[in-house]
Design a protein around this ligand. Structure first.
Ligand SMILES: Nc1ncnc2c1ncn2[C@@H]1O[C@H](COP(=O)(O)OP(=O)(O)OP(=O)(O)O)[C@@H](O)[C@H]1O
Ligand SMILES: O=C(O)[C@@H](O)C(=O)CO
Length: 425
């Protein structure tokens, strides 16, 4: 297998978002959980997205894991590697976007790296280096209240400069609108001044196409699914990849009971849970009880076993921003987050033991904890439920075939849980 594109995603939902985008553009794509073991039988593909859970861990560990993934991808012939970050640039001044980018840039030998989280399809645009979420700057969006990495600065040149060893510059929309050669000229100017990373504006998909074409001159780029779309279109346009027909993945029904788990506390997920209450039984976990011990996860499993044969259920830990901050001030941010993620993994494990083979999970960290616990090595990408969220079909699992949907906290329409279950038969 010789890869046309290698990708390293810093969380699992982000990885399936990217795998979805690449698949929709005609790249045969597989999502792996971590660096694949040598005995994992992978189909012939154009792109591999290695999912890491490295967004909110110590920067040094994130760097080591990303480098290991890069080595594996380059070893399979990937000439270009995309480091997939969140479209809302989720990170802190300690990392992990800057440190991982610095390390991968050193490995790739590129003088300068293009960086953009723009993903217009989901309302993420970048102008003059400022990230907008819908119509508001990042620091006024719900991301200001994120439980793990609240975002308080929308100027990504500043945000990335605080995390990176290299100087960071800007390639603005005016330059981009003059075409690929103008962007190449701007990058040459910046790297001539010793600047090693450029935030690049993008508002429309056509901007991403220009960015994709320029990025392919380099060995590394950093961004969200938007730059993935640009790279995929550039690979197809240049004839390096022959676009595959849609629907290449089997849609054979998996059947059996279905369950949803929500650990995301985003406004979008809170609204989706409220809507799910109208159509399925919903259990709201007590976060204090989760931190107190394993009894809360056991209570959830007992509750589920009384209902799961009658239809899908939803179990949620999600709370409002005020409740999240109150819990974090009592127990610490990381300890609270970790305990809840592990309880979600316990619940997922119990559900699968009792026969569940169709699972919808909301939240990147939550999905990471669940998929790790279920020891699922990888996925093929099926139908799209909502922008950035495909149906995933497990490959190489010892539990038989499973269908999953891993939803980024902010993604999906108001009826997301029922929308997902309709496509996961
Ligand atoms: N009630 C709660 N109080 C405090 N923390 C919570 C609560 N419920 C869940 N959490 C934690 O909040 C974090 C949510 O992160 P997660 O990545 O799962 O969702 P998200 O950030 O909305 O999604 P994404 O990363 O895809 O945007 C997890 O660490 C989770 O355990
Ligand atoms: O890019 C995005 O917004 C998502 O894929 C994601 O990574 C959210 O966690």
């Amino acid at each position: 297998m010789k890869l046309s594109l290698g990708c390293i995603a810093d969380d699992y939902t982000g990885a399936s978002d990217l795998a979805n985008t690449l698949t929709r553009q005609g790249l045969r794509t597989v999502q792996t959980i971590g660096v694949p073991s040598d005995d994992l039988a992978l189909p012939e593909v154009d792109a591999v997205v290695v999912s890491l859970k490295s967004r909110s861990i110590e920067a040094e560990v994130a760097v080591d894991r990303s480098r290991a993934a890069e080595k594996w991808l380059r070893g399979r012939g990937a000439g270009h590697v995309l480091f997939k970050i969140c479209s809302t640039f989720d990170s802190t001044d300690a990392g992990n976007i800057g440190p991982v980018m610095d390390a991968l840039r050193t490995d790739s030998g590129d003088a300068i790296v293009l960086v953009t989280p723009a993903f217009p399809e989901t309302g993420r645009t970048v102008y003059q280096g400022n990230l907008f979420v819908g119509s508001v700057p990042l620091n006024e969006s719900p991301l200001k209240d994120h439980p793990l990495n609240p975002m308080h600065d929308s100027n990504l040149v500043r945000v990335l400069a605080r995390q990176s060893r290299t100087k960071v510059g800007l390639a603005d929309l005016a330059t981009l609108s003059r075409g690929a050669e103008a962007v190449r000229g701007r990058l040459a100017d910046l790297s001539g001044k010793g600047i090693g990373a450029a935030i690049i504006d993008a508002v429309f998909d056509r901007d991403l196409e220009t960015i994709g074409a320029v990025a392919l001159d380099h060995r590394l780029s950093v961004g969200a699914s938007g730059i993935g779309l640009g790279l995929a279109r550039a690979l197809v346009a240049s004839g390096k990849v022959k676009a595959a027909a849609a629907g290449a993945v089997s849609d054979a029904p998996v059947g059996g009971p279905a369950a949803c788990l929500a650990g995301s506390c985003s406004q979008a997920t809170l609204a989706q849970i409220a809507n799910a209450e109208k159509v399925m039984p919903v259990l709201h976990l007590d976060p204090e009880q989760i931190i107190a011990g394993p009894a809360e996860a056991r209570r959830a499993l007992a509750w589920a076993s009384d209902r799961i044969t009658d239809g899908p259920i939803l179990i949620a830990s999600s709370s409002t921003p005020d409740q999240v901050s109150a819990l974090q001030s009592r127990h610490g941010r990381d300890a609270a987050g970790h305990a809840i993620e592990q309880a979600m993994a316990d619940i997922a494990e119990g559900l699968v033991r009792s026969g569940v083979r169709r699972l919808v999970v909301a939240g990147g960290e939550t999905s990471g904890a669940v998929v790790d616990r279920l020891r699922l090595p990888g996925f093929l990408v099926g139908e799209e439920i909502a922008a950035g969220v495909p149906v995933l079909r497990s490959v190489g699992s010892d539990k038989g075939e499973m269908l999953l949907a891993l939803k980024s906290g902010n993604f999906g329409g108001p009826e997301f849980f029922s929308d997902a279950l309709k496509l996961m038969r």
